[in-house]
Design a protein. Sequence first.
Lengths: 285, 481
Amino acid sequence: MHKASVLERTLRGIALTLVIFFFMFPIFWIFLMSFQTNETILRVPPSMIFEPTLTNYRSLISGTLEGSTATLEIRFMSNLYNSLFLSVTSVTVGLLLGVPAAYAFAKLKFRGSEDIAFTLLSFRFAPPLLVLLPLTIYFQKIGLADTYLGLIWVYQLIVLPLILWIVRGYFEDIPSDIEYAHRIAGHGFWSTFTKIALPLAGPGIAAAGLLAFIFAWNNFIFALVLASADKQPVTVGALAFITASGINYGQIAAGIMLSIAPTFALALYAQRYLVEGLSLGAVKG
Amino acid sequence: MHDKEKQLVQSYMNGNISRRGMLRGLASMGVTAATASVLVNAAATEALAQNGFDWKKHSGTTVKLLLNQHPYADAMIANLENFKALTGMDVVYDIFPEDVYFDKVTAALSSGSSEYDAFMTGAYMTWTYGPAGWIDDMNEYINDPAKTNPDYDWEDMLEGVRNSCAWNGQPGGALGSDDAKQWCIPWGYEQNNLSYNGRMFKEAGLSVPKNIDELVATAAEAKAKIDGTYGIGVRGSRSWATIHPGFLSGYANFGEKDLNLASDGKLSAAMNTDTSRMFHEKWVQMIQESGAPDWSTHTWYQAGTDLGAGKSAMIFDADILGYFMNGGDNAEAGNLEFAPFAANPDAAAPTPNIWIWSLAMASAGKQKDATWYFLQWASGPEHGLFGATQMDFVNPVRKSVWADAGFRERLDSSYPGYVDMHDLSAPGAKIHFTAQPLFFDLTTEWAAMLQKMVAKEVPVDEGLGQLEDSVNRQLKEAGLG
């Protein structure tokens, strides 16, 4: 076995440190900003030495911001809840609909299957604003405007094609012989799907779910157009700190830290599945 | 309100004691200044209820508003209980951040949604919304004595501001013409003048510039003399918003226009003249020598933040941007001062282009008379005075508010030069653009050309020629030229 020399290990360590520094420094800097006031953030030259304050987090969590002339209401935590609810629910619905559909497209070749699959993928091509104005009119007519149900439905435009196309590749990679063997042993179609196909495609489904969650979390145009202020996600809510009377950098930083926390935690937890899932799905035998 | 407090407020309302005397009296009763102002407004609202107008006509009705997150909206919300008490109506609202606000408005209006009865808008936007049939002409409400309370006093609105919100829908039609439709009601407005750092100017021995040549020279001197600071903040992003503040205010002061209107009603580019070329050259030179290093990305936010943080010595931008930066937790809060600015040395006074936050009524709304009740209260003199004296509802659009001694005193004490700047500039303050449907496209292209000039990608004279050709082509394609 090749044993790395001291020089090689040192160089590798330096390279890794540089890469980590390059990617993590912006997040680290935002983390520091979240404990500062605008005055210390904007001083020239910038400095890492400051008296930390929890004011920014307190404002976000309590929902009130003390201004020079008035106390203003901040809806950030409600925005955070909306993002969490919309993303989790949309991905759950997307998985429930998309995984069986992906299996069908992978294993059951039927007339028009490619056309249908491509049509579903084409939802990702359409510029959201092109779709949204007609949708607004329809939603108003059928009572779905400004409802969570309507938003979750529209979010399927983001998550469903993603889940369907990623998971389909996984199911195609599962050798049919394994499924046939299970069927010959006397098990039915549903049992083969749940006991054989689903577990084997597990990492792919997890990766697709995670990616779909990130895409859903980052979206803001759908809720902006289709819903009122109380249903807006964090991506819209975060803009509230850019005001005519100034940019509240400290609160933006604290907001970023709170809003990346769920996706960051999820990505850390599931990164093994994400890397494994995506790389396996990308290679076709 | 307790009797003693009520008597004191009433004495003030009757003019028997001064505002300061009333506040002192209320303070001795344990009433804070903020509560005192709400009490005063409650008394003013009670007085309004006695003017013979049937304020309760729409009692029980709920009006829904779409609002931009802005100090003007904050001032309205702070005073909203008084409106509810006056009318028995309810008001609900959605507030969206400014970055996405107009996307929300456009989506709501273009889809024919009846969700919102009224909304905040800029006057420029009504040049799109009005002809599209998305908003109502407010003249039919203002001029109807059965719908408008006798103390509303429409003529009290500053003339240039009022007219800037009225257009007849004809490309090139004069704003405020006799046949114009009042697409929106002015709420609060911004003039573009100089906000400068008085501390820095004093320490560096600088004097306040009086014309474009002095502005270019003072900005360069400020940059040279003050460490870590650039001379002047002006907007530079590729957007219509780069043209409308300081740039157009200075440009218009030389009598220059954006478009010519021929006798046959056709429009053509007006920016390729000798005077325009001279102004562009000086403006470009000023940014190259003394502007922000990242000028081409600068919007309202960067121009204001840099002034507040002491990174720039002055801005030629909205007066209220300087006003906001002179407070809060900005490093230079309390150090900013204000001055009128006439770019043309031969001009008698400044001619600031203005931005007007206004209120408009959605045509798709289902309860228009009730909505007008809210609009006339929100744009009325009582709320205007409350917002201007107790909140940041500045600049007021009503002459009566500007005449209020308490308001002038407040501004004078904390914002040196602001009142004089406003008084001198107000007569020439209006929208100096030509009203036409390609406004946003053409001004964005103008901004893009300015960027090229500042980056030395194209000489000024050549750039203006290219801009003229492009503007004329677009006008022709749209059937306007």
